[in-house]
Design a protein. Structure first.
Length: 186
């Protein structure tokens, strides 16, 4: 059964890029999917070093880090091309589409999915999460990677994120999903 890491929130990418630690996302060995609308949001302004880092990371690891193209993202791109800049809610709509089409990624709509969020409002999201989705915050991901000895120190990376001028949510969220085999874990 394929487990995938899905990043529907710009926050984790921006925070890890600012600390120059995007590579921690590779340590679990899962295929990574970034929703097209989120990719646009985090790479559109090349004046920011983190935008260039994210774009380079996705390009350099294209065999592992994939852009998930959605009808929502394509429609938003068409509207941007027509001059409509502000389009609130498109990221959430795009992730809802990905969740509905998860079997296209995993081959199995019941396969466990690790959803990485930084926004502490994930529990208030306007989309319904299937039972097989395990939600984890950036801080909890870093702590888990440290526990697994996949990174030396979660706190060191967090300190670099904050030193880069970012104040991410330090909410520790590690909410398991459920599969036929029981609770999900990573």
């Amino acid at each position: 059964m394929t487990v995938v890491l899905v990043i529907p929130d710009a926050g984790p990418l921006i925070s890890l890029a600012k600390a120059d630690h995007l590579e921690v996302l590779l340590t679990l060995g899962y295929p990574i999917y970034v929703v097209d609308q989120v990719k646009y949001e985090v790479t559109r302004d090349k004046r920011f070093a983190d935008a260039s880092r994210i774009e380079r990371f996705m390009r350099d690891y294209a065999n592992v880090v994939h852009e998930f193209v959605t009808a929502v993202g394509q429609a938003a791109a068409s509207r941007r091309a027509g001059g409509e800049i502000r389009q609130p809610g498109q990221g959430e709509a795009a992730i809802a589409e990905l969740i509905n089409r998860l079997d296209e990624v995993t081959g199995d709509s019941d396969a466990p999915m690790l959803l990485l969020y930084e926004d502490s409002d994930v529990r208030k999201s306007r989309f319904v999460l299937p039972l097989n989705v395990h939600v984890v915050s950036t801080w909890s991901l870093l702590l888990g990677l440290e526990r697994k000895a996949l990174i030396p120190s979660a706190q060191d990376i967090w300190t670099k994120i904050e030193a880069a001028g970012r104040s991410p949510s330090a909410v520790s969220l590690d909410m398991p999903g459920t599969t036929e085999a029981g609770l999900t874990y990573w």
